[in-house]
Design a protein around this ligand. Structure first.
Ligand SMILES: Nc1ncnc2c1ncn2[C@@H]1O[C@H](COP(=O)(O)OP(=O)(O)O)[C@@H](O)[C@H]1O
Ligand SMILES: O=c1ccn([C@@H]2O[C@H](COP(=O)(O)O)[C@@H](O)[C@H]2O)c(=O)[nH]1
Length: 212
């Protein structure tokens, strides 16, 4: 298999730090400006392990902020396929059911692939496949406020459940795994998804890569 010039950009950082917002802002603005479909986004969350064999009471107990919760091997295989000009079928994950759905999304090869997720930079195999890595460095209290709103409005959670999960796993795993993975980033972006200067710098770099 011949490797083509697919550039893989990783955006990591705490939950609700703004990874998804910045990835989609860059992608949408470049698609509008350049009329190109040569940029694709993959969420690490799509690679949470399937838990359909487990009862719901057990699924809610899973530590979703530990690297073991993810099938990073499948993500790595998919990156490899895209880099070799092959399409992949990305799983669709349900945050309300805490497992994969029966659906998949077909992603065709792209010149630029942006992957966003909390634990991307903790995995040495993934790191070796990534061409540029970005860490969104938003203060944890701000992330918690954003997560509370998002999880209650969009992910079917209650205030109490978000707070309990935050205390039990989200914060401890951030300190154990996510924060130390910042050392592997090429660029650290403060504040998050609406940092306009950082967004423009990344767009300029991606435009350069698209024209290469
Ligand atoms: N700079 C910002 N200011 C205000 N709200 C933001 C900002 N960045 C992200 N958000 C909001 O916070 C929530 C979490 O952002 P998101 O990009 O989904 O985070 P992540 O992908 O890191 O989990 C979303 O509702 C998003 O619109
Ligand atoms: O079934 C699940 C799967 C994940 N989570 C939480 O999601 C975040 C990661 O997603 P972000 O979009 O980066 O916030 C992670 O912190 C998990 O705790 C979940 O609650 N349930």
């Amino acid at each position: 298999m011949n490797k083509n010039h697919c550039v893989v950009i990783a955006i990591a950082g705490a939950s609700a730090s703004g990874k998804s917002l910045i990835a989609h802002t860059i992608c949408n603005e470049l698609r509008q400006e350049l009329g190109t479909d040569q940029i694709g986004i993959i969420s690490e969350d799509a690679y949470y392990k399937d838990q359909s064999h487990m009862p719901m009471e057990e699924r809610v107990q899973t530590n979703y902020d530990h690297p073991k919760a993810f099938d990073h091997q499948l993500l790595s295989q998919h990156i490899k396929s895209l880099q070799h000009n092959q399409s992949v079928e990305i799983p669709v994950y349900s945050y309300t059911e805490h497992t994969r759905t029966d659906e998949v999304i077909n992603l065709t090869p792209k010149k630029i692939i942006i992957i966003e997720g909390i634990l991307l930079l903790t995995d040495s195999t993934l790191r070796s496949q990534i061409d540029a890595s970005i860490f969104i460095d938003t203060p944890l209290d701000i992330c918690l406020m954003r997560r509370l709103t998002r999880d209650i409005m969009e992910r079917g959670r209650t205030l109490d459940s978000v707070m309990a999960q935050y205390k039990k796993t989200v914060r401890p795993m951030f300190l154990q795994f996510i924060e130390p993975s910042k050392q592997h980033a090429d660029i650290i972006i403060p504040r998050g998804g609406k940092n306009r200067i950082a967004t423009d710098i990344l767009k300029t770099r991606i435009k350069y890569l698209l024209n290469k």
